[in-house]
Design a protein around this ligand. Structure first.
Ligand code: GLU
Length: 447
C-alpha cells in the first residue's frame, strides 16, 4: 500500500490569496491525517510570467501559516523529464502537430456555433501528410501540439466531493499541450509530475473539473491509474459572488490586520463543509476532523467579518508563550492574561499595556462623580491591598455610597483607565498598582 501523497501546485505569477491557501491547507490536512506526504510543487513552466519573488512569497506565506511541505519541486527543473515522456507520446501517436492560428481556430469555432454544434476542434491537422509537415517546416512554421483524446473511451471517476463524474470525450477538444515555441501548457507536465511523484490524491478547485477529464486520459496514455480526484466548490465573497477582493486578499493583508494564522486555518479548514467553523488552535485536531464527505456542492462564503470574530476567539485562547515576542517587552504573563479576553488582535495588547503603565487622559467628570472618586481614593488608601483590591474597593464603596451598577463602576473605570470599556478591572487594578491607582483616583477627583 502506498502512503498518501498530496501536492499544492501554485504558479508563481502572484501572491497566494485565501482561495489558494484553502487548497494548500486541505491538501496538507489530507496528507497529515493519513501520515502521508504533502508536496509543494512550483508550477513555473511559464518563464515569462513566473517570478522568483513570488516563489519566495509563497514559501513565506505557507511558513507563516505553519503549513510545512514535506518536499518542494519546481517544474522549471524538470524539463528533461517532460521531454522524455512527451517523446513516448509522440512515438505512440498520442500527440500530434497542428498549425492553426488563433484566428483560424476562432473562425472554426464560430462556424460550428453558428450551426448549433459544440465548438470542438475538428482534428484537421491529423490529415496532414509527411510532405505537408515538411513544407511547413521549410517555411519556418513551427507546430503546436495537441493530445489525442480517445473518443471511444468514456471518462469516469468517483470524485471525493462531487461523486460520480462522467464526461464524453467525443464532446471535448483535443487539448493543446505544447506551444509552437516549445513551452508547456499546464496540463501534461502536471500529469507527468503526479505520476513521477507518486501523488495519490489530487484535491483542487472545481474550476479544474474539465482539466481532470482530460488528464484522466493522459494518465491512461501512460498506462497509469489516475490518482483519487476531489474538486471543491469555489470560495465566494460574503455577498455570494466571486469577489475581486477575495481574489487579491493575501496573507500579508490579513497579517497586517492582526489576523492570526490559527484563525485563517480554523476558518478555511471548515468553510464550505457541514462542520462548524470554530477556533481550533491544534493543527492535529484540524487534520483529524478533516473529511471530504462533509464538503457541500454550494460555493463556500468567505466573510471577513466572520474571520475577525474568529480571530478574536483565537486571540482569547493564545497562551502567553506563543505571543510574548509580539508584546511590549515589560508585559508579563499576568499582563497578557488581564487584557487577553478583550482583544480583537494581539497588537492591541500594547494599547492596554500603555493604559496600565500610564500616563492616561481622563475626560472631565461631573462634580458628583468627582466627589465619589475622592471617597474612593480615601477608601483605597485605608484598605489592605490584598489579592483582590478591586473587589474589596467596590465592596466597601457600594456600602458606603449606595451607588451600584454603572454609577459605581464607570467613574472608577474612567478614573483608572481613561476609558469607558475594557478588560476586567479586577485583573487590571493589580497591574496598575496601589500608588499609581491612588494618584489616578485623586487626579480624577480634582479634575
Ligand atoms: N498550477 C495549477 C494551478 O494553479 C495547478 C492545478 C493543479 O492542482 O493541478 O491552477
Amino acid at each position: 500500500m502506498s502512503a498518501v501523497v498530496t501536492r499544492f501546485a501554485p504558479s508563481p505569477t502572484g501572491r497566494l490569496h485565501v482561495g489558494n491557501v484553502r487548497t494548500a491547507l486541505h491538501n496538507w490536512l489530507l496528507a497529515r491525517q493519513a501520515g502521508g506526504r504533502f508536496l509543494l510543487r512550483i508550477d513555473d513552466t511559464d518563464a515569462a510570467r513566473s517570478r522568483e519573488e513570488y516563489v519566495e512569497a509563497i514559501r513565506a506565506d505557507l511558513a507563516w501559516l505553519g503549513i510545512v511541505p514535506d518536499g518542494e519541486e519546481r517544474q522549471s527543473a524538470r524539463f528533461e523529464l517532460y521531454e522524455a515522456e512527451f517523446a513516448k507520446l509522440v512515438a505512440s501517436g498520442l500527440v500530434y502537430r497542428c498549425y492553426e492560428t488563433a484566428q483560424e481556430l476562432d473562425l472554426k469555432r464560430k462556424v460550428l456555433l453558428g450551426r448549433g454544434l459544440p465548438p470542438i476542434y475538428d482534428r484537421a491537422a491529423l490529415d496532414l501528410t509527411k510532405a505537408d509537415h515538411a513544407a511547413r517546416a521549410a517555411a519556418g512554421e513551427a507546430p503546436h501540439w495537441r493530445f489525442l483524446l480517445n473518443r471511444n473511451q468514456p471518462i469516469e471517476w468517483i470524485d471525493g466531493i462531487r461523486g460520480r463524474q462522467h464526461f464524453d470525450a467525443g464532446q471535448m477538444s483535443d487539448p493543446v499541450i505544447r506551444r509552437a515555441d516549445g513551452s508547456w501548457l499546464y496540463m501534461l507536465p502536471s500529469v507527468i509530475d503526479d505520476i513521477a511523484m507518486g501523488v495519490t490524491d489530487v484535491l483542487r478547485g472545481e474550476d479544474h473539473v474539465s482539466n481532470t477529464a482530460t488528464q484522466v486520459q493522459m494518465f491512461a496514455a501512460f498506462g497509469i491509474d489516475p490518482p483519487a480526484f476531489a474538486h471543491e466548490a469555489l470560495l465566494v465573497g460574503s455577498e455570494g459572488k466571486l469577489s475581486k477582493r477575495l481574489g487579491s486578499l493575501g496573507m500579508e493583508d490579513l497579517r497586517a490586520e492582526g489576523i492570526e494564522p490559527e484563525a485563517v486555518l480554523s476558518m478555511l479548514a471548515r468553510l464550505g463543509t457541514s462542520q462548524p467553523v470554530e477556533p481550533v488552535l491544534d493543527r492535529d485536531q484540524l487534520a483529524a476532523t478533516f473529511q471530504l464527505n462533509t464538503f457541500g456542492r454550494a460555493p463556500a462564503r468567505f466573510d471577513e467579518a466572520e474571520l475577525a470574530r474568529l480571530n478574536a476567539q483565537v486571540v482569547h485562547r493564545l497562551p502567553y508563550a506563543q505571543v510574548a515576542a509580539r508584546l511590549p517587552a515589560d508585559m508579563d504573563e499576568a499582563g497578557w492574561q488581564a487584557v487577553q479576553p478583550n482583544l480583537p488582535t494581539v497588537a492591541e495588547a500594547a494599547d492596554w499595556w500603555a493604559v496600565v503603565k500610564g500616563p492616561i487622559a481622563v475626560p472631565p467628570l461631573e462634580a458628583e462623580d468627582r466627589a465619589f472618586l475622592a471617597v474612593a481614593a480615601d477608601t483605597l488608601a485605608a484598605q489592605d491591598w490584598g489579592d483582590s483590591p478591586w473587589q474589596a474597593l467596590t465592596g466597601v464603596l457600594k456600602e458606603a455610597t449606595a451607588r451600584k451598577g454603572k454609577a459605581l463602576f464607570l467613574p472608577l473605570r474612567l478614573a483608572l483607565t481613561g476609558r469607558e470599556h475594557g478588560p476586567d478591572m479586577g485583573a487590571l487594578l493589580p497591574l496598575i498598582g496601589r500608588d499609581e491607582a491612588l494618584v489616578r483616583l485623586r487626579a480624577a477627583a480634582s479634575n
